[in-house]
Design a protein around this ligand. Structure first.
Ligand code: AMP
Length: 400
């Protein structure tokens, strides 16, 4: 953040969409903690911060009479916690636009914070309404976007509002800068060999990502349920494994494209199979293209895990998206664990490893390995789209 915030009011889009329990207590404050450096930096420079965010889906989860459940979805629940974390004066405006918000924003002193009410109380937020965005824009002198997780949406507070600020008056926050820098580092001129690891449930969700990987990967490792669609496309027997029977052509074409591009695609030789999709399923290891009827592949097998780990350990850049199996169930978590450990080992040897854009983040956190890889993205769908090579509206709105 190169701009000077002294005596300026920064209108900051944060992601405070935190989980709350029944008594509206925050159960995981990661997103708040992650926003603190940007806010603190602005306050320390002698600026003030006006924070806007959404919380949940208030328009979809309305009261029985159709009104918005303001008690459940108010950002007021966060004020006390924010005061404690920021050690600053935090005011609250009952509305994110209008008279009260303007009055409170105008009266804000350097070093103080104003938290605005949930932007999603207005349909105009997700609708990307320009008039609504303008009403947000009048509150601040500089617009700061630090909500990478919503950067793929052209919502009013994440994208449209930026058009009311010129280049000298809008910027990314630290969190967003870091996400963009790390993903760009992985995609543009990465140190070779580059290995991309994908998993998760569906080929259809990941095909754009796989195709983009062909631009820069040396190896593509495919685990998770999506591997079985590839085996089926190659006329293997996949038993009851989760497959997308209508994506066989796409899978075949992808393998052809990879061959033409000289990219090695490695599928899991063996699988840990269960007789049902359950934690207490009976388990056996099978060749992934010879899974008996009544059995389903729920994790990559031990031989596959060893070969995936060996490729990862020899790589200089690793991008990992999606678990290798149903890691939520202990019987089917080994493949994901081995891949996570191999990423940690590669990082230790100097490789750049980035985990992001899906459930692999949860897996790395569950295994307590998040600090042992180079970067864990918090971006979810936004990171997936970034890695797919799409232009994210929230990024374009700042960079122009
Ligand atoms: P995604 O959101 O596409 O990254 O998929 C993540 C989900 O895929 C996780 O909840 C995993 O449990 C699930 N998954 C991974 N491997 C398999 C598999 N072999 N069969 C069924 N589900 C799987």
């Amino acid at each position: 953040m190169k701009l000077n915030f002294k005596d300026k009011k920064a209108l900051i889009r944060v992601d405070f969409n935190v989980p709350l329990d029944k008594a509206y207590k925050i159960t995981d404050d990661t997103r708040i903690r992650e926003a603190i450096p940007t806010i603190r930096h602005i306050l320390d420079q002698g600026g003030s911060a006006i924070l806007m965010s959404h919380l949940g889906r208030p328009l979809e989860k309305r009261n029985a009479d159709g009104s918005i459940n303001t008690e459940k979805f108010t950002l007021n629940h966060l004020v006390k916690h924010l005061r404690k974390k920021l050690k600053a004066k935090v005011h609250f405006a009952n509305d994110c636009i209008g008279k009260q918000a303007i009055k409170k924003a105008t009266g804000l002193k350097p070093g103080e914070v104003l938290l605005l009410e949930n932007t999603r109380f207005y349909p105009e937020e997700e609708g990307g309404d320009a008039a609504f965005a303008k009403k947000l824009a009048v509150l601040g002198d500089i617009y700061v976007n630090d909500a990478f997780g919503t950067a793929h949406r052209a919502h009013a507070s994440t994208t449209i509002v930026a058009q009311y600020f010129d280049k000298q008056h809008k910027t990314f926050g630290f969190l967003m800068e870091r996400e963009i820098e790390n993903a760009s580092r992985a995609m543009k001129n990465p140190a070779k060999p580059v290995t991309c690891v994908t998993g998760g449930s569906k080929v259809s969700d990941k095909i754009l990502l796989l195709e983009k990987f062909l631009d820069y990967a040396d190896n593509i490792l495919i685990g998770g349920a999506m591997a079985y669609t590839f085996f089926l496309a190659k006329k293997g027997a996949v038993g009851n494994s989760l497959v997308e029977a209508d994506k066989l052509k796409i899978a075949k074409e992808f393998l052809k494209k990879a061959k033409a591009a000289g990219v090695k695609v490695i599928l899991p030789k063996d699988s840990v199979c269960g007789d049902k999709f359950a934690a207490d399923a009976a388990v056996q290891v099978c060749a992934s293209n010879q899974i008996p009827d009544g059995w389903m592949g729920l994790d990559i097998g031990p031989a596959a895990a060893r070969s995936f780990a060996s490729v990862i350990r020899k790589s200089q850049t690793i991008i990992w998206n999606g678990p290798m199996g149903v890691f939520e169930m202990p019987s089917f978590a080994n493949g994901t664990k081995v891949v996570a450990k191999a990423c940690a080992a590669a990082t230790k040897k100097g490789a750049f490893t980035m985990v992001g854009g899906g459930d692999s983040v949860a897996a790395v956190n569950q295994l307590k390995l998040a600090k042992k890889v180079s970067f864990v993205s918090t971006g979810g769908g936004a990171m997936l789209e970034f890695l797919e090579g799409k232009e994210l509206p929230g990024i374009k709105a700042i960079q122009g």
